[in-house]
Design a protein around this ligand. Structure first.
Ligand code: WTA
Length: 690
């Protein structure tokens, strides 16, 4: 049934006619013509593309759905396994009614992802190829490492970690900015079978402590400081505070390996705790530069990454080794039409899933050359990205709509000043890209030459789920188009019934894919409740989605209580619990509002305890409280004083009404008569600009 649906999608854009029409365009005529909002791939591009037409896509897609075991084992065989997986390539139960949810891929297969990223590529002759280019915050600082050199350094660090007692299955928390040492730390953990838990270096001490405690980390790896734009951020101080916190909760860290980041801060100025703190540069280089790998089962854990959900506590998303390896490598290759001569730059931080799958693992598994950028995209000025692209001859540039929008605001001049002629493929991730930003990205940044891979996926999915394969499909600005191989997205209604054809509803996935997360660390029940119970039989993404008459998919944003600020996922409940931790705050309700650059902004309604008056100072303090508990990126854009919150008689906050007030759609408040006290709405509106 689903295949028929995809087949009809492959029969293609009604506006454009048929596949033969499309081929005529691809083979015969020239460049990016716009027709019915369709942007056709450039002829030259399609000719050289890995997937050059809708038919080719369909052939591959069909096989991936009809014979997932065969499709994925053929690909998996391109990697190094010391032992092959068992007869059953995969096992899945996504249906809670049939028993516990369980997903396994390549079980019994024994491999190591670090070996596949490094040793395998070195053996294949890529030893002298650049693996990582590093571009510092200040343009005068840069660096690079070949595959040989990266392997050498990873082995030294792996040996150090082993020496201090880190064993297979132990958790290591990594709190580093975008230095080459960050992917290095991830790879070193993977090499020895340790589980890394990277915490984005914008999280506060409290958030870091919470993550250290949850995974019971053995070691913390960090650096003393980092520069972002003109500002120095003292990361070590944040870590120090986190380690005091985590010790109080029973997880005391004996080793805090600290990289001296000399362009940001000299070691003399770093606060130090003798015995616990160790300079990376003092110990790691003393270790041997070869290190045997720890061979692990395909289903052994590779990493934990905490992400926000609709309830308070962050969720430890757990990914395992084999399926994740095969999936990130394959999605990277096809989604960016990767060629060995490419230079690839993804602006995401390794602290998020995009940096895990598409700064580190996916590209390195393909033997790609990757850029790691420490700084801010508008420092020293708004031309920095294009300067970097010219400097390294970047051919694949993958970024977030929020960055596109903010650079778009700064004017075309910054872009056109640079050549950008090395660019071949552009990519977008993190939130829906609005058509006007899409067009600017396509026309101005890519000179109407480069297809845009708008990749829809999530921390949970490990890799891309929907993406317009470059050169294969005509694109529609703002649509993520069609599923990746092996992925069966479905749109369901409230009752969990699949809807066909042109429709909109809740985006779910039927059947597993190799990169899927296997559980929430320590809480399989929450895993089932959050993702598999809402629509039994399916994985529920938490996103809304519509499908148009041509079968193209359009993401419409989260349908749960998660806001997406500059592509960062933030649970409203987390912000609320930070706010109410302040003694003057009695209650808080947070909603997302549209924001021109950030996509969404955080809008907080705050009720104060009896007898406390609102003031500017209190507003600042409340915002500071959120920064302290979560991180600066989660700070509310607006605090709206609320004498009371609109609640139903059973005490449930009616967020629908709050969203309307926040976005000033006052004539769309809807029925307020079911509220316990309808007068709160007027009182709230009266305080809008206070
Ligand atoms: C949103 C980031 C529209 C979506 C990879 C999803 C997107 C959440 C897109 C996951 C896209 C991500 N178009 N929306 N191309 N990519 N999203 O876990 O709401 O940080 O559920 O993973 O970002 O965010 P996460």
């Amino acid at each position: 049934n689903y295949l028929r649906h995809v087949e009809s999608m492959a029969k293609l854009p009604s506006g454009a006619g048929s596949i033969s029409h499309l081929n005529a365009v691809i083979l015969g005529e020239s460049l990016a013509s716009e027709e019915n909002d369709l942007i056709f791939p450039n002829v030259e591009f399609s000719r050289q593309a890995l997937v050059s037409s809708p038919q080719k896509y369909f052939e591959m897609y069909k096989r991936s759905i009809e014979d997932p075991a065969g499709f994925w084992s053929d690909i998996a065989s391109e990697f190094y396994w010391i032992e092959k997986w068992g007869k059953e390539v995969y096992y899945e139960n996504l249906d809670v009614r049939e028993g516990p949810v369980k997903i396994e891929w390549f079980k019994g297969g024994v491999t190591n992802i670090c070996y596949n990223c490094l040793d395998r590529n070195v053996e294949a002759g890529l030893g002298e190829k650049i693996a990582l280019y590093w571009e510092g915050n200040d343009p005068e600082f840069d660096g690079k490492l070949t595959y040989n050199k990266l392997l050498y350094k990873v082995c030294q660090l792996a040996n150090y970690l082993k020496d201090v007692g880190v064993k297979k299955g132990d958790a290591v928390v990594v709190y580093l900015p975008m230095l080459m040492e960050l992917p290095m730390a991830m790879l070193a953990c993977a090499r020895i079978g340790a589980v890394h838990s990277v915490v984005f270096a914008g999280f506060s001490a409290e958030a870091l402590a919470q993550r250290i405690v949850d995974c019971k980390a053995k070691v913390v790896i960090t650096c003393n400081a980092v520069k972002r734009g003109p500002k120095v951020i003292n990361l070590k101080e944040i870590v120090d505070a986190a380690l005091v916190e985590s010790a109080k909760e029973g997880v005391s860290i004996d080793i805090c390996l600290t990289y001296e980041n000399p362009t940001a801060m000299k070691r003399e100025n770093t606060k130090w705790k003798e015995g616990r703190d160790i300079w990376w540069q003092d110990v790691v280089p003393r270790y041997p530069a070869t290190c045997d790998v720890e061979w692990v089962d395909a289903e052994d854990p590779l990493f934990l990454l905490y992400t926000s959900g609709s309830t308070g506590k962050p969720k430890g998303v757990l990914h395992t080794t084999g399926g994740y390896m095969v999936y990130t490598a394959t999605t990277f290759k096809y989604a960016f039409d990767y060629k060995p001569s490419d230079v690839y730059w993804c602006t995401a931080d390794c602290g998020w899933i995009t940096g895990h799958s598409y700064v580190s693992y996916g590209p390195l598994l393909n033997g790609a050359t990757v850029i790691i950028f420490e700084g801010a995209p508008n420092y020293p000025d708004s031309g920095r990205c294009w300067d970097i692209i010219d400097k390294y001859k970047v051919s694949i540039f993958y970024t977030a709509p929020t960055l596109v929008r903010s650079l778009m605001r700064d004017g075309d001049g910054y872009v056109t000043k640079y050549s950008r002629k090395s660019l071949r493929v552009l990519g977008s991730v993190g939130e829906p890209i609005n058509p006007s930003a899409w067009r600017w990205f396509f026309n101005v940044v890519g000179d109407s030459r480069c297809p845009i891979s708008d990749t829809w996926w999530q921390t949970e999915t490990g890799g891309f789920m929907m993406v317009p394969l470059p050169g294969a499909w005509p694109q529609k600005p703002g649509s993520t188009t069609f599923p990746f191989f092996g992925v069966q997205p479905v749109i369901v209604d409230e009752k969990g019934q699949e809807i066909e054809g042109e429709c909109s509803g809740y985006l779910c996935v039927k059947c597993s894919w190799p990169g899927a997360f296997r559980t929430l660390y320590g809480d399989h029940e929450r895993y089932e409740t959050t993702y598999f119970k809402p629509f039994p039989g399916y994985y529920f993404s938490g996103d809304g989605c519509s499908r148009d008459k041509d079968g193209y998919h359009w993401l419409t944003g989260r349908v749960d209580d998660v806001v997406n600020v500059s592509g960062h996922r933030i649970g409203t409940a987390e912000v609320e619990s930070a706010l109410v931790s302040h003694p003057h705050c009695a209650e808080a309700a947070v909603v997302g509002v549209e924001h021109e650059v950030k996509g969404q902004g955080i809008y907080a309604f705050v009720t104060l305890v009896e007898g406390v008056d609102y003031s500017e100072e209190l507003r600042r303090t409340l915002i500071l409280t959120v920064r302290k508990q979560i991180g600066a990126f989660a700070a509310p854009d607006k605090i709206h004083w609320a004498p009371g919150l609109p609640k139903t008689r059973s005490g449930k906050i009616m967020r629908r009404i709050l969203r309307k007030i926040a976005s000033r759609q006052l004539d769309e408040l809807g029925d307020t008569s079911t509220l316990a006290d309808p007068s709160v709405v007027d009182k709230l509106i009266a305080l809008t600009d206070v």
